[in-house]
Each structure stands twice: as structure tokens, then as C-alpha cells.
Design a protein around this ligand. Structure first.
Ligand code: SF4
Length: 112
């Protein structure tokens, strides 16, 4: 037999379930980033090389050897680290000496 009390009890439980599910979703930590390989389909599409000196000059005539991931605006690795995150390859680490066709010069630091 359904009573008003049963109804309110079920309503209270169902109202809290989304909060519990959301809490669990946010509690999960993302997997640690993995190093990007040159064979990765996205890396192939963007001409990524772990070593900027290995870039195909015929295929990418605008590439210059001094262009490296560590001087790219999309690279957020720390100075001195061999690899770091890149906004073009979410969840992957690129080499600081790497390059891809998305390279864009990192802006000069603002002077005080
Ligand atoms: S977008 Fe920039 S940091 Fe990312 S792989 Fe290409 S050159 Fe390197």
C-alpha cells in the first residue's frame, strides 16, 4: 500500500542519487599522461617528430630547426624537463625538443 510517507521517502532517495553519482564522477582521478609516439595517428596527421632535426624538410618547408616544443605556445612543460604536456595532444606528453606542424611561437614574457 502506498502512503504519503512512502512517496516522500522515495522522493528523498531519488533526489539524492544524482548528487551521489556526480560526486563519484568527480572523485575519479584522470589517468596519468603517457608519452606521445610518432606512430600515434594524431601525431602522424600533424607531422610530429620527437626530435625537431628529424622533420621532413620537403614535406614541411616552413619548418626551422630552432622551432621546438619548448618554444611553442601550446607547450606547458617545465623548463628543463625532457617531456611536457601540449594542448594539441591532450593526455599525452611531447618531448621538449620535438615539433609538429601546429608549432606557434611562445609569446615573449611580459616585462615588469
Ligand atoms: S603543438 Fe607545439 S608543443 Fe605541441 S607537439 Fe606541436 S610543436 Fe610541440
Amino acid at each position: 500500500m502506498n502512503t504519503r510517507r512512502d512517496f516522500l521517502s522515495k522522493l528523498a532517495v531519488s533526489a539524492t542519487m544524482p548528487a551521489i553519482w556526480c560526486g563519484n564522477a568527480f572523485a575519479q582521478t584522470p589517468p596519468p599522461p603517457v608519452k606521445l609516439t610518432e606512430a600515434d595517428p594524431m601525431a602522424v596527421a600533424l607531422g610530429y617528430k620527437e626530435d625537431t632535426t628529424k622533420v621532413d624538410a620537403v614535406k614541411y618547408p616552413l619548418h626551422k630547426p630552432e622551432q621546438k616544443c619548448n618554444s611553442c605556445a601550446l607547450y606547458t612543460g617545465k623548463a628543463g624537463d625532457a617531456t611536457g604536456p601540449c594542448a594539441a595532444f591532450a593526455g599525452k606528453l611531447v618531448t621538449e625538443a620535438g615539433w609538429c606542424s601546429v608549432w606557434a611561437k611562445k609569446p615573449d614574457p611580459v616585462k615588469p
